[in-house]
Design a binder for this molecule. Structure first.
Ligand code: ADP
Ligand code: MG
Length: 739
């Protein structure tokens, strides 16, 4: 195969390529922060966290802010002023000139509008100022964000409100630094317009529900938090290729591209040695993340070529969500410095593994007890089983809501196909716990004897199950010893919503559990019997959602259908999970989303889906018409001329027939593309006419999107036939193998 790097219009541009393996100099304007290389010396140096505040705030203010963070108490206006003043001085000392309320609107991305600290004096000079009021609240004119009907531009008030539970930080760029203050974004009447408000509400709902259960077990705890560690997959692509692929640039995925002769079949990339250029990018990005207090821990090559993963140490859910957003943001910025592009789409390359984000989730007390870890005593284990069974019941009762929480046009490529945990929401528990639950289901302990406890296996649950479980990698919701791993989340998605829904459905199950145990206790049953009776009932009702086999297999699809488990492969239908009667009831009763808030999300996501596919369709048409077809015409002409020349000189040459048939093949593909584009355009026009949001999304899903394949098939065939030197687009093997 020709060497595409030489003498080609699409040669990588001159770029900072740190192939000497040394760390690049920090970009100008970035703090030379890391003195030496010891992470602990500079970790979180750009974060206004409790540790920083303890040294900078007056004692009384610090006490108040600590209570606000740890217990949700309100700050007095004086304390807010005092915090703002210290924050400003600190930020300016770090080079910040501006501050911003950093929020996460329904686009799923982060949003920021910068204001400088300056105020004008009467003599024309300026001074830097920042008040408690400015810290606490702002009213950005953010009327263009999706609100799903919760606000219209003429009543456009949306407020950002400071969330002290996620610390402010300094975002450095080569051009300067900005103080970012994490906020929630709500409408004038308090309805959530963002991803964070429901998350915070779900954290609270789960806290209350879990504390109520813990009261039975006399566990010493004042707070239960949900914790998350998000394993993030991504691709790195040379930026010069990336820039020439309009599809990657605008839609995040390739809509065209023939499969390279070598893909991932050799599996030689997974855990392979990390190339120098990639390594330089990773260490550079990690250094920026450490400055921001993001505890990234693990890095490795993933299965597909040029695919990688990064995972942090898990943290409290709210902070962990912000940190995952920062990981994606920093990766995009730092990749640019290295002449690379970080790609987070769920399926950037057909025929090659897509990317996901595994959300590892657990709940733990402020006293350090992981409630999803088996304990030392039968009582600890009974408590463990209560939380475990509630998680199973949660997925069983609200599988469609959980599925809706990860629905997106990108994720359909994974969940609807055979590579990621499928669209069927099921739970993996491992052999040991499966047996324990089936013992519970069968056992009928009426008397509290040791023997019966033994029979139920409760007193002998091994504390470290991780090594005992066979770590089923295909299950969407897998228990891994002391946490659940939710693997159905898309790599580009904001984890806040899936996390909100996990918290919500588990909180719902715990609340029901409390009611049912109380019911049993009223009939004077001994406590353990009352609990076991409820557990038995829940296991019976929910066990059909448990599956230990290979989730990718066709057998499971059949089996799941028999069990009556939903298998919703496409987004428009999956989103319905948000507006089911039981979803409204759960989200409303736990005070996480009012029905109108849930409905607004449904509409936003439907609209988003339609727009995604519309953009892809337009891109595909543009690319084939302006790039693929012109290349095909040149080749067709070249072939035609060449055949004519051969005919003139050697009219009876035996290869003439086969050369003509090549020309016929090329012309056939050109014809198929023209026809395919015609059909696609027609489907797009029909979809555009739909006014009802669900019907519109469905038209894009079931009429427009399937029309891509005819166009693509012929375009990819032409890519393989036409002269390599004239092909206008970077090819798969370049994007996937060159770095
Ligand atoms: P693997 O790829 O083997 O699943 P990784 O080490 O890549 O594991 O990632 C595991 C993730 O799970 C990390 O982010 C880790 O911090 C997180 N994690 C570990 N324990 C818990 C827990 N108790 N709660 C939430 N997340 C956890
Ligand atoms: Mg991992």
């Amino acid at each position: 195969m020709a060497n595409h790097l030489l003498g080609r219009p699409r040669d990588p541009e001159v770029r900072p390529h740190h192939s000497n393996g040394r760390r690049p100099e920090p970009a100008p304007g970035l703090s030379q922060a890391p003195p030496g290389d010891k992470v602990s010396d500079y970790f979180a140096c750009n974060v206004f966290n409790l540790k920083t505040m303890r040294t900078l705030l007056p004692k009384e203010t610090f006490r108040q802010i600590e209570e606000a963070i740890l217990e949700g108490k309100r700050l007095s206006p004086e304390a807010a002023n005092s915090v703002a003043s210290a924050m400003k001085t600190w930020a300016i000392s770090k080079g910040a000139t501006h501050y911003t309320h950093w929020f996460q609107p329904m686009t799923g991305l982060t949003a920021e509008k910068h204001d400088s600290f300056i105020e004008l004096n009467s003599d024309g000079s300026v001074l830097e100022s920042f008040t408690g009021k400015q810290l606490a609240q702002a009213e950005p004119d953010a009327s263009s964000f999706p609100s799903g009907g919760l606000r219209t531009t003429f009543e456009a008030r949306g407020y950002t409100a400071w969330d002290p539970t996620s610390p402010a930080f300094i975002m450095e760029t080569p051009g300067g630094a900005t103080l970012c203050i994490p906020t929630v974004f709500v409408s004038y009447n308090g309805l959530s317009l963002d991803k964070k408000t429901p998350l915070l509400r779900s954290i609270e709902a789960l806290n209350r529900a879990a504390l109520d259960i813990l009261a039975y077990f006399k566990v010493d705890a004042r707070r239960v938090s949900s914790n998350m560690g998000a394993e993030q997959e991504y691709f790195l692509i040379d930026r010069s290729y990336f820039g020439r692929r309009t599809d990657l640039l605008m839609a995040g995925r390739t809509l065209l591209g023939a499969a390279p002769p070598k893909g991932q079949q050799l599996e030689d990339h997974y855990f392979g040695s990390i190339k120098e250029r990639v390594f330089c990018f990773m260490t550079d990005a990690e250094r920026e993340l450490y400055k921001l207090g993001v505890p990234v821990k693990t890095r490795h090559n993933e299965v597909a070529p040029n695919q990688f993963e990064i995972a942090p140490i898990h943290e409290e859910a709210n902070v962990a969500v912000d940190h995952n957003q920062l990981v994606m943001d920093i990766f995009e910025r730092v990749a640019g410095r290295h002449g690379l592009a970080a790609v987070f789409h769920e399926k950037p390359f057909a025929g090659t593994n897509g990317s996901g984000k595994h959300i590892n989730w657990s709940l733990g007390t402020d006293t350090g007890v992981n409630l999803l870890a088996p304990g030392e005593t039968p009582s600890d284990n009974l408590r463990f089983l209560v939380f475990l069974v509630c998680a199973v019941k949660a997925v069983h009762d609200h599988g469609r809501l959980l599925r809706a929480s990860v629905a997106s046009s990108g994720n359909d490529h994974r969940l609807g196909a055979n590579e990621a945990p499928p669209a069927i929401m099921s739970v993996f528990l491992g052999e040991y716990l499966t047996k324990v639950l089936s013992d519970i289901e069968r056992g009928a302990p009426t008397k509290e004897t040791d023997k019966e406890w033994l029979n139920l296996g409760i007193d002998k649950i091994p504390p470290v199950l991780r090594d005992n479980t066979d770590r089923n990698r295909t299950s969407p919701f897998a228990f891994t010893g002391n946490k659940f791993e939710f693997r159905a989340v898309g790599s580009s998605s904001n984890c806040a919503f899936p996390l909100t829904i996990i918290n919500a459905i588990v909180a719902g199950a715990l609340r029901q559990m409390k009611k049912d145990i109380d019911g049993g206790l009223k009939t004077k049953k001994p406590f353990k019997d009352a609990v076991l009776e409820v557990l038995r009932k829940y296991v019976k009702e929910s066990k059909r959602v448990c599956y230990e086999g290979n989730n990718y297999s066709g057998d499971w699809e059949k089996e799941a259908a028999k069990r009556g488990l939903p298998n919703v492969k496409t987004t428009p239908e999956a989103l319905e999970g948000l507006i089911l009667k039981e979803s409204f009831a759960l989200l409303d009763s736990t005070k996480i989303l009012k029905p109108e808030e849930a409905r607004s999300r449904y509409h936003i996501e439907l609209e988003r889906y339609a727009k995604d596919i519309d953009i892809e369709a337009k891109l595909l048409v543009e690319m084939v018409e302006s790039q693929v077809l012109p290349a095909a015409f040149s080749y067709q002409k070249e072939l035609g001329l060449s055949i004519q020349a051969l005919k003139a000189v050697l009219p009876k040459h035996p290869s003439l027939r086969s050369q003509e048939s090549l020309l016929d093949e090329v012309a056939g593909h050109v014809g198929a593309i023209r026809e395919g584009v015609g059909r696609l355009r027609k489907a797009m026009a029909d979809a555009e006419k739909e006014t009802e949001p669900l019907k519109k999304a469905q038209a894009y899903c079931h009429q427009v999107k399937p029309r891509f394949s005819m166009v693509r098939r012929s375009a990819d065939a032409l890519e393989e036939l036409a002269p390599d030197k004239d092909w206008p687009l970077p090819k798969y093997h370049e994007m996937l193998f060159l770095i």
